[in-house]
Design a protein around this ligand. Sequence first.
Ligand code: NOJ
Length: 536
Amino acid sequence: MSNQTNWYQEAVFYELYIRAYRDENGDGHGDFRGAIKKLDHIQSLGVNCIWILPMYPSPLRDDGYDVADYMDIHPDYGNLDDFKAFLDAAHERGLRVVTDLVMNHTSDQHRWFQEARADHNSEYRDYYVWSDTGTEYADTRIIFLDSEPSNWTYDEVAGQYFWHRFYRTQPDLNYDNPAVHEEMFKIIRFWLDIGIDGFRADAVPYLYQREGTNCENLPETHAFLKQVRRLLDEEYPDCVLIAEANMWPEDLLPYFGDGDEFHMCFHFPIMPRLFMALKREDKTPIVKILEQTPEIPPGTQWLTFLRNHDELTLEMVTEEDRQWMWEQYAPEPRMKQNLGIRRRLAPLLDNETPRWLLLHALFLSLPGAPIVYYGDEIGMGDNIWLPDRHGCRTPMQWTAEKNGGFSEADTTYFPVNDDEVFGYQQVNVAAQEDEEFSYLNLTRFLIRTRQNQPALRQGEMEFVETGNTAVLAYWRRNSQQRIFCLFNLSTKPQQVELNMKDLHLPMRDLLHPEIEPLTETAVVLEPQAAHWYIYD
Ligand code: NOJ
């Protein structure tokens, strides 16, 4: 443990889907060579680190989260040399790169599973979790509720049931077998030796199974994850380990350990509450969940996000709130998926810039390291008619030209969005470059402004009572400075009296440099106003 600030604690992340970004060889799939050409765009956003979705060989039953070979690159994306060229090009620009580490399961096409199912005596048989009856661990919930009736599937070839927390094409690895640990350590070293800057570790709560439990967050799981961390600390000390654990704050805390497990965890519970607060015009959900969020060990950090490549998950809300969120944000049945909503950010916000700006100003001033999902920086739309979560993974829209400048191919892996509002003809990077208040330029402005303020990057947060549930206010402060963040969640003007004893006026608004500094404690806030006030 150390008290110094590590790079990842202050970083802004960008989530990149290689297949969607830019197709250089004209086969309709994005590739690393294409992504290299677009690094200038990523750099222009002011982010520090790129997180790449799984880029390994895979039959793509779960878009690459079903890995068939951990030590290679999916041929659609290029090869290892292309990956290395991408990594070098990113590093040259000061951008770090983390990749997905899918530890919980493999693809059923992985050689280990193929050998395991074919031969009881294979050394790989014990890499997976088998049963003669498929009745064990009955207290374990099903995650992909829409498509999987059970966590066990019978395999004809193996003559037994195998355990899987996700699709039946993703058999879970057996962490009771030390050989699986060794395989994972090998994979981890392989990529860190190539020079990546860390991992986003997928689905980490589910590594072990124990009868009579819900098979999540088990002590054995934490013990193994600590070993992974030790490997990083000893051999790759500047690299980051990020936990994807969709859990309540109190269950998330153990993933930080005593500063000896993950460096970072996604803060899943805050995300839906930001959307809830916005729609209800009431700050309560945000305040409550942050008050419920425990202190985390020195040297660690939360990762915050508004959207990602999955459905907007509603697992971390009550049943009542989930129904409400579906009513508000998923009016069409197709928009629902599992326990979530398969929509992108701009459509969720009805493509209204003031709402978008309010939500981003709030999100980017919260404690934690924020992630921007590719395409959201230009307000891309979704295509709810595509299967699974693919509607939020359509090609990046660069220009108004063929395929939105994504590819010269006649057919792309999924169609480029061309609907009336969000189609590439209207929504694209080129069109937004010269527009002062485009989503793109607002994203750049907000990230740059955050990056310039140490208190926003790593300061403490302290709520300020405003006497008005629609008005959210907090200080962010560190030893160098303090910033007063003030938001009107309402679509109507709101009045507040700022009567904090430590307030000294005037204060200047970082988000509206053109307006006069704040000199009065009685403030009338415009509808959906967002302010980041600072002392000169
Ligand atoms: C979480 C990933 O974000 C999701 O896309 C994937 O389907 C599951 N883990 C299973 O790997």
